[in-house]
Design a protein around this ligand. Structure first.
Ligand code: BES
Ligand code: MN
Ligand code: ZN
Length: 495
């Protein structure tokens, strides 16, 4: 999808479809008023007749209006001006692109950024770009007859006044972020028999081929053995697929500048291992690499933008399967940090691969480390599918991530990392056990990770509820690529 910004008049703008807003009280937006004049008041009479209510996110498609250069006009309901907020704005944008995609229009010009849709012009442009990309996304590439690609190929954000320079910047960022989300979605949706650890490693190497600013290295199991990653390796014992530890180093600033490290959980299929999961919906555990996919998507986005920042992506990736060689409940392993772990449940495997990857991350002398993981079902119970769970050992970092989530409309909600929860991980036989019981399951998982992140500023995002959708709309969401990318943009700007 191509995006651009342009000052133009809606009646004169040649386009497959132009989009203008109508309010619920029947008031036309300034762009719609110009169109109304050019069409001998067709729009206002249509509204007066009651054919367009202006209700938020309602749409009406009109063809070949005399006096209008564009082939089509899409009227979009903006609701009551006083009730426009981030949520309604996103709904309006979604409805706009759903409607545009029912037409054969190859390009569209949207006159919506002047309308106070969303927080500000930059916010709207970003959300619109995400929405456009979302509606153009196809998940059926593996069908023998995949659906046709979307007709809409180019979107212009048109303004009546002169667009400000900052908007162009926001649009470039949005386009790169949308592509990063698309990569994350594509990888997430791939089945476990295709998206193996080896496949993720190949994709990471391909990313560094496409972007000179990224250097990728892949460690094999024997390398991890040498590093003492007994915890990570315990998870892959039941699998025939070799585990990989991928690192992608993006250098966009002075080499001496400390990097931000992103660590993504890359379980390409989580059966639970010997602590086998129930069968219903187990297929969705192909999504257990969405943390890894979000790291890849974010790395691609920042390389595309050429952010002046150093960022390292670290991806521990393997399968979690049962077999005669698989790790058993009660087994005790030694992590790279030297701390020993009693594995009481082999289904709590994410923390076992992450803890070694987090210890390993210290070698980059990080400014900040953020891990991203589909870590706990309990997080879905706590926050549903709206917010990702956020934990941090540094309150300023937590605030920055929360703010980036608001800015990108990819929100997180902070949960406590209080010491009071730590005793739930006490083991009679090892330094800790890998589960803390049902109560506070998201928090005890984060507490487990916190024992491996004491030497640096760290945050943990539990994306179990936000990385994919179930049911009719089953599919990866590309979250939290927008949050992570926005955080990194903010960090680069604050330097
Ligand atoms: N990948 C799962 C978490 C998960 C489950 C995410 C369902 C989204 C939906 C993780 O590896 C897991 O199995 N966690 C266990 C932990 C428990 C055994 C302490 C869980 O959440 O049940
Ligand atoms: Mn599991
Ligand atoms: Zn898992």
């Amino acid at each position: 999808m191509e995006f651009s910004i342009k000052q133009s008049s809606p009646d004169k703008q040649p386009s497959g479809c132009i989009v203008v807003g109508v309010y619920e009280d029947g008031k036309l937006s300034p762009a719609a008023q110009l169109l109304d004049k050019a069409t001998e008041h067709q729009l206002s009479s249509l509204v007066a007749r009651g054919d367009m209510s202006g209700k938020s996110a309602s749409t009406l498609l009109l063809h070949k209006l005399p006096g209008v250069a564009a082939e089509r006009v899409l009227l979009v309901g903006l609701g009551k001006a006083s009730e426009l907020n981030n949520k309604t704005s996103v709904e309006i944008l979604r409805a706009t692109f759903v409607a545009l995609n029912t037409t054969a229009a190859k390009d569209a010009a949207l006159y919506i950024i002047d309308e106070g849709v969303g927080k500000d012009a930059s916010w709207v442009v970003k959300q619109a770009a995400f929405s456009a990309a979302e509606q153009a996304f196809r998940a059926d590439g593996m069908k023998s007859k995949p659906s046709k690609p979307a007709a809409l190929k180019s979107v212009t954000f048109a303004t009546l006044g002169k667009p400000v320079a900052a908007l162009k910047n926001a649009l470039d960022q949005a386009a790169a972020t949308a592509q990063g989300m698309e990569l994350a979605k594509t990888l997430g949706n791939l089945p476990g028999n295709i998206c193996t650890p080896t496949y993720l490693a190949a994709k990471s190497l391909a990313l560094s081929k496409a972007h000179k600013s990224i250097k990728t290295t892949v460690l094999e199991e024997k390398d991890m053995q040498k590093l003492g990653m007994g915890s990570f390796l315990s998870v892959t014992r039941g699998s025939e697929q070799p585990a990989k530890l991928i690192t992608m180093e993006y250098c966009g600033a002075d080499k001496k500048q400390k990097p931000i490290v992103l660590v993504g959980k890359g379980i390409t299929f989580d059966s639970g291992g010997i602590s086998l999961k129930p069968g219903a919906e187990m297929d969705e555990m192909k999504y257990d690499m969405c943390g890894a996919a979000s790291v890849l998507g974010t790395m691609q986005a920042i390389a595309e933008m050429g952010l002046k920042l150093n960022v390292v992506g670290v991806i521990p990736t393997c399968e979690n399967l049962p077999s005669g060689t698989a790790t058993k409940p009660g087994d005790i392993v030694t992590s790279m940090s030297g701390q020993t772990i009693e594995i009481l449940n082999t289904d709590a495997e994410g923390r076992l691969i992450l803890c070694d990857a987090l210890t390993y991350s210290a070698k980059f002398h990080p400014d900040t480390v953020i891990d991203i993981a589909t870590l706990t079902g309990a997080c879905v119970i706590a926050l549903g599918h709206v917010a990702s769970g956020l934990f941090s050992n540094d309150d300023k970092l937590a605030q920055e991530l929360l703010a980036a989530g608001e800015q990108a409309h990819d929100r997180a909600w902070q949960l406590p990392l209080w010491e009071d929860y730590q005793p739930l991980l006490d083991s009679n036989f090892a330094d800790m056990q890998n589960i803390g019981g049902r109560a506070g399951g998201t928090i005890t998982a984060a507490c487990f990770l916190s024992r491996f992140t004491k030497d640096y500023r760290w945050a943990h995002l539990d994306i179990a509820g936000t990385a994919w959708k179930s049911g009719k709309d089953k599919g990866a969401t590309g979250r939290p690529v927008p949050l992570l990318t926005q955080y990194l943009i903010n960090r680069a700007n604050s330097k």
